[in-house]
Design a protein around this ligand. Structure first.
Ligand code: ADP
Ligand code: MG
Length: 391
């Protein structure tokens, strides 16, 4: 007898609204404290009482009927978040523009929503590995454990997941199952789609441990609504070599990922480019909708978190720099990366622990073609390898 518990149900995945936000009231004290703190989330910086008053009763014109209370819940509950806000549908970005535009401009330094334009050129041009003009140094190559490049994409016919339902998530997964079934069996991209509701806990953990799958149970993601209706509609597609992977409904509808051991960045980028094309064409063919991926005229790809908009691309290498970590520490390494348009993370995902290696990736996602973002990452990896060699 389950006593009303759904199979797989776990309260850690529930959406809990902060008390004031649950009553649609401005969390004045928390926001003031957050603004006064040394580390201030973009959400707290921008969502002043004036911005709140302007939008508190606004409902987005898209399918999510998104509200400002829902949009800022993560940042209010977790003042240590960096961005702390989420969109529930494409329309949210414009319907709450005095909130989202400044957040976008603060994250994507140098990008202006007034002047802005989406990435220029076709995706195949922008993701052409032949355009990458820098190489990893020999020293960097020797230190790189693995390379992974992903793009975040959402399907234009559904609300973004924070504003979605169990049904919309299952529809996304259902559509993607058809897209994957169309990939010819003799293609390198061919593989298998696993739904969380079908796989065992052991299998799920194995995929997480091998870096192939999202972890779930993230407090910030729970507060955004990413985790609602878990595990329904969640899944992962893996090609046979486990080098082309899609996450379905982690947060964004899709994370299209190319990864492999070692530092062959161009090969990884090339596979991503080919894979993204196959997915986009598959969605178009099945739905008959030409703009398969959700796009915004000003910035390009629409994602749940304003940090990912534009190209939605994060290209990373796991680089072994044990001496550097020991000598200057993670925070200092991250600052060095930020000076080079990159960031440092732990190697088991965002907010994870740092041991002997770090995840270095491009910080910028917008206003530049994808191949230039890959170049940022290569230059930063070369720099860190040199710093390690000096010690
Ligand atoms: P994302 O930007 O895709 O959300 P996360 O930081 O949440 O990335 O990491 C997701 C997963 O991808 C984690 O398991 C992480 O270890 C893995 N990952 C990221 N970069 C690499 C890499 N270069 N090599 C191997 N695994 C990686
Ligand atoms: Mg992530």
């Amino acid at each position: 007898m389950l006593f009303g518990k759904k199979p797989g149900y776990d309260p850690d995945y529930d959406l809990k609204l902060e008390e004031s936000l649950a009553e649609n009231k401005y969390p004045a004290e928390k926001m003031a404290a957050a603004r006064a703190a040394e580390h201030t989330s973009l959400c707290a910086q921008v969502c002043t009482p004036e911005v709140w008053d302007k939008y508190k009763d606004v409902v987005s014109s898209g399918p999510a009927k998104w509200t400002l209370a829902r949009a800022i819940n993560t940042g209010v509950m977790y003042p240590d978040s960096f961005v702390g806000c989420h969109a529930g549908d494409r329309e949210s970005y414009d319907d709450f523009k005095d909130f989202f535009y400044p957040v976008i401009e603060k994250y994507h330094t140098g990008f202006s929503m007034k002047e802005g334009s989406p990435p220029q050129g076709t995706p195949s041009e922008r993701m052409d590995p032949a355009r990458i003009t820098v190489d990893l140094s020999d020293s960097a190559k020797g230190k790189i454990a693995s390379t992974r490049i992903r793009i975040a994409r959402n399907l234009s016919m559904f609300p973004l997941n924070p504003g979605g339902s169990r049904e919309s998530r299952e529809q996304v997964a259902g559509l993607m199952a058809k897209v994957y079934a169309r990939i010819p069996a003799d293609s390198d991209l061919a593989g298998e789609f696993f739904l969380h509701t079908d796989i065992s806990e052991a299998k799920r953990q194995e995929l997480i441990d091998d870096h192939f799958l999202f972890r779930g149970k993230d407090r910030m993601q729970a507060a955004s609504g990413y985790h609602q209706h878990w595990p329904h509609g969640r899944g992962v597609y893996l090609n046979r070599a486990k080098t082309f992977i899609n996450w379905v409904n982690e947060g964004d509808h899709l994370r299209i990922i190319s990864m492999e051991m070692g530092g062959d960045v161009k090969a990884v980028f090339e596979r991503l480019s080919a894979g993204a094309k196959v997915i986009e064409e598959g969605v178009k063919a099945i739905t008959g909708i030409d703009e398969a991926f959700m796009m915004h005229p000003k910035f390009g790809a629409v994602t749940c978190c304003p940090s990912n908009i534009g190209t939605g691309m994060r290209g990373s290498v796991h680089i072994m720099v044990p001496k550097l970590i020991k000598t200057i520490g993670f925070e200092a390494i991250d600052r060095l990366c930020r000076d080079r348009n990159c960031q440092a993370r732990g190697t088991t995902g965002e907010h994870s622990e740092v041991l002997d290696r770090i995840d270095v990736s491009n910080w910028r996602r917008i206003g530049l073609p994808e191949y230039e973002l890959v170049e940022d990452m290569i230059r930063c990896a070369n720099f860190l390898a040199d710093e390690e060699d000096k010690l």
